[in-house]
Design a protein around this ligand. Structure first.
Ligand code: ADP
Length: 404
């Protein structure tokens, strides 16, 4: 079955066309700078095994971007389909499903209304996700569209993990609670870790696993027997780990303190915490871990400290989640930093023998494949697993549509 996966941001549309049986990508693409006054959009289209097709043209909105996507898939030098009829369904990444969605769903008017309602919780993400859904419905009329939510995997968290200790009415009336994000990634790497544990002769089914998604955005999840029991991100993707530009956990009293002493508005403080903090804020160099490490190696002490704060926060949550689950069978690293940065992984895991984690000095860490970092004697294994969020969306779209 051919499934088109679509992920829309405020000025971008990312897509990937899958053949789900073989899990092959037939084409992938990105249309960026949609609807920017005075600048053409840039279209990147990569048909599998061929050269990238790249061009610029004005694209005013997501409707026109979806039309352009369907055109490139079927016409011209990047053509991979004879007709759109070959696409069986479209899967959409939707950031916030609130408490309405614990799994992926076929999109109808009621689902659209729910996503609209949840836009109050994710004003930057749900509206462009919805624009993408509507654009695909228009560009490919009659095709089933499926919503796959970033929050859904975390809906199994118990109340004690998701309630904030603020007046109850804010949860009851406004829905203020921990939701968690990156759910498709945590779901995928947790499932893959269970398979790898079984291949190692261990109990994968009931394993207690901490999944660390460390990219530009960073989040961790405590997953027991396949169900999420806690996660670091909260009402929004700002809480928890140190990220590229996001602060992660801070004392909430910092917000009124900054407002009062620096005469900053809520909007300005929000921008500082989301866009100017994290690795960028602490290092003063970059939001990119590679640049931070290069500067640290050249003797920049602010960059070295940013690296330490980043790793320490992850380490602290591993300990917290081991306590939450009553033990730990695996720690998984994924996403840009988690998959590629051995220095970060080693700093996080050093001196964790008390948790049964013994890093194997001979384990090859150069491979691009999913791999094990710990010795066979370790009671808790450390794994590196490449995340496949788009593939999860394609598989779930196929499952929801009920056609193979
Ligand atoms: P996003 O959350 O935007 O999908 P990614 O998962 O691509 O981001 O992660 C981006 C982060 O991964 C950046 O901090 C970048 O420095 C880091 N990264 C990517 N490749 C490498 C690498 N080879 N070595 C170390 N860090 C890397």
């Amino acid at each position: 079955m051919r499934v088109l996966v679509v992920n829309c941001g405020s000025s971008s549309l990312k897509y990937q066309l899958f053949e789900t049986e073989s899990e092959e990508t037939l084409a992938a693409g990105l249309i960026e700078r949609i609807g920017q006054d005075g600048a053409d959009a840039i279209v990147h289209h990569l048909p599998a095994g061929r050269d990238e097709v790249k061009f610029e043209q004005p694209i005013a909105d997501h409707n026109l971007a979806a039309m352009e996507m369907t055109r490139i898939l079927c016409e011209g030098e990047g053509k991979v389909l004879d007709s759109l009829d070959e696409i069986a369904a479209v899967g959409h990444r939707v950031v916030h499903g609130g408490e309405d969605f614990a799994s992926s769903v076929l999109i109808d008017d009621a689902v659209i209304q729910c996503i609209e309602r949840n836009a109050a919780l994710a004003p930057l993400h749900n509206p462009p996700n919805l624009a993408g859904i509507r654009a695909c419905m228009k560009a490919m009329p009659g095709k089933p569209n499926v919503a796959v939510f970033d929050t859904a995997f975390h809906q199994t968290m118990p109340r004690k993990a998701y309630l904030y200790a603020i007046p109850r009415a804010y949860y009851d009336e406004l829905g203020i609670r921990r939701y968690g994000f990156h759910g498709t990634s945590h779901f995928y790497v947790d499932g893959r870790a269970r398979v790898m544990l079984k291949e190692m002769g261990r109990d994968g089914d009931s394993a207690r696993i901490v999944t660390c998604h460390l990219g530009n955005g960073c989040s961790m999840a405590a997953v027991k027997a396949g169900s999420c029991v806690d996660t670091t991100m909260g009402l929004t993707p700002l809480e928890g780990c140190v990220m590229g530009t996001r602060s992660g956990d801070i004392d909430p009293a910092i917000i009124p303190f900054l407002g009062a002493t620096q005469n900053l508005s809520f909007k300005e403080i929000d921008t500082i915490l989301n866009k100017k903090s994290g690795l960028l804020g602490l290092s003063g160099i970059s939001n990119d871990m590679r640049d931070v490490q290069t500067a640290a190696a050249e003797g920049n002490t602010d960059a070295a400290e940013a690296f330490e704060v980043f790793c320490y926060r992850v380490r602290k949550y591993i300990g917290a989640y081991a306590a939450a689950m009553g033990g730990l069978d695996a720690v998984v690293f994924t996403a840009g930093i988690g998959e590629n940065d051995a220095k970060v992984r080693h700093r996080i895991l050093e001196n964790m023998e008390f948790l049964g984690i013994h890093i194997d000095p001979d384990a090859s860490d150069e491979s691009r494949d999913d791999r094990v970092l710990t010795t066979p004697e370790s009671s808790c294994v450390a794994l590196v697993i490449g995340t496949k969020e788009e593939l999860v969306i394609a598989r779930q779209t196929e499952a929801v549509c009920g056609v193979a």
